[in-house]
Design a protein around this ligand. Structure first.
Ligand SMILES: Cc1ncc(C[n+]2csc(CCOP(=O)(O)OP(=O)(O)O)c2C)c(N)n1
Ligand SMILES: [Mg+2]
Length: 355
């Protein structure tokens, strides 16, 4: 009797350990890459903290923090070309801004602004998906189009650990594998789907191993190690562009903030656990340690970089607040080609109230 049982190693790949020491293969031009990435990671961290405060001040609505996941996002987006198709969730703002989305635009979603979902035409970026895992099917379709058009572009879909319990994940993986499509399935395993921890989400020891059943390659990487993420994404992208089919990447990371500004994580997770990830495993701390060892970083640079990040965040907030408002009517018309009767009635009622 042949019994299929997982006997693999669950340790994620690393290039830098938590002390910032090299334990794997650094990419070429690692120093140049790190000097580009690290300041951007600082900017993203400040952006994220500020967005949460803006919500508390009532200046924006619900916001989903990505704090702790900067390396997973920036390390993977760094591999993408402008012509690749990107299908993000609501938690990928660091990656999207790295790809070129204006920070002010990135905040529009939390303002409920109709333009938030209108991604700039110079990118092949779908609007952030809220319905869990639905974008996986769109990405597979885009990957199929890339293949039919015989380009070497690819589609990359971002999703969380929770999304792997949805049917869309299984359908997407299966179809992409059978059709050998150029799709990278990038799962940020941030340990939680709102309050549900990953061990209650799946009985698999890893998410990466789910790839095996579909005939897809699976990679489990330390998502807080920007070099390791970059290497894994390069591997997957090279396979996709060479016509070798899809790869599932599981980036093991941690959501340092709440699920959204409407969530209180102290009700379902231990402060000590959060502290462990926030202190020992912070992706920014790890990269800074490596840069410092290389003699490429010091307190003075850090201070200058923080000041620059602060100025950039300030400017983004000012631009977001100066962005022209839309009327309720325009917001309704933006959603529907023809305003449905119920909504038309409500708009008419509101018009009467305003008079
Ligand atoms: C189809 C669907 N079901 C439920 C929800 C409610 N919901 C919003 S976020 C979320 C958790 C998703 O967790 P995960 O996929 O791990 O992504 P994360 O938020 O951790 O980035 C759920 C259940 C939804 N948006 N869509
Ligand atoms: Mg999650």
């Amino acid at each position: 009797m042949q019994v299929y049982r997982f006997t693999g190693d669950t340790t994620p790949d690393q290039v830098l350990n938590e002390a910032g020491e090299v334990v794997g293969e650094l990419p070429d031009q690692a120093a140049d890459l790190a000097l580009k990435w690290y300041p951007f990671m600082i900017f993203c961290r400040r952006f994220d903290e500020r967005a949460q405060l803006l919500q508390r001040q009532g200046r924006i609505g619900t916001y989903a923090p990505f704090r702790g996941q900067e390396a997973a996002q920036i390390g993977s987006f760094a591999v993408l070309r402008r012509t690749d198709w990107v299908f993000p969730t609501y938690r990928e703002l660091a990656g999207l801004m790295y790809h070129g989305l204006e920070p002010a635009h990135a905040l529009l979603k939390s303002r409920g602004h109709p333009d938030a979902g209108r991604m700039p035409e110079e990118f092949r970026m779908a609007p952030p998906q809220i319905a869990i895992a639905a974008q996986i099917l769109h990405a597979v379709g885009a990957g199929w189009a890339c293949k039919l058009q015989q380009t070497d572009d690819m589609a990359v879909v971002y999703f969380g650990d929770g999304a792997t319990s949805e049917g869309d994940f299984h359908e997407g993986m299966n179809f992409a594998a059978v059709m050998r499509l150029p799709v990278v399935f990038f799962c940020q395993n941030n340990q939680y789907a709102i309050s549900v921890p990953v061990h209650r989400q799946t009985a698999s020891p890893t998410i990466a191993q789910k790839a095996v059943a579909y005939g897809v390659e699976g990679v489990r990487v330390d998502g807080n190690d920007v070099f390791a993420v970059y290497q894994a994404m390069r591997y997957a992208a090279d396979r996709a562009r060479r016509g070798e089919g899809p790869t599932l990447i599981e980036a093991v990371t941690y959501r340092l903030g709440p699920h959204t500004t409407a969530d209180d994580p102290s009700r379902y997770r231990e402060a000590a656990d959060v502290e462990r990830w926030a202190v020992a495993k912070d992706p920014l701390v790890r990269l800074r340690r490596w840069l410092t060892r290389q003699g490429l970083w010091d307190d003075e640079r850090q201070a200058a970089c923080e000041a620059e990040a602060e100025a950039r965040v300030r400017q983004a907030v000012a631009e977001m607040e100066a962005y022209p408002h839309k009327s309720l009517e325009e917001a309704a018309r933006h959603v529907y080609a023809e305003v449905p009767e119920g909504l038309a009635l409500q708009l008419a009622e509101r018009g009467k109230e305003a008079r």
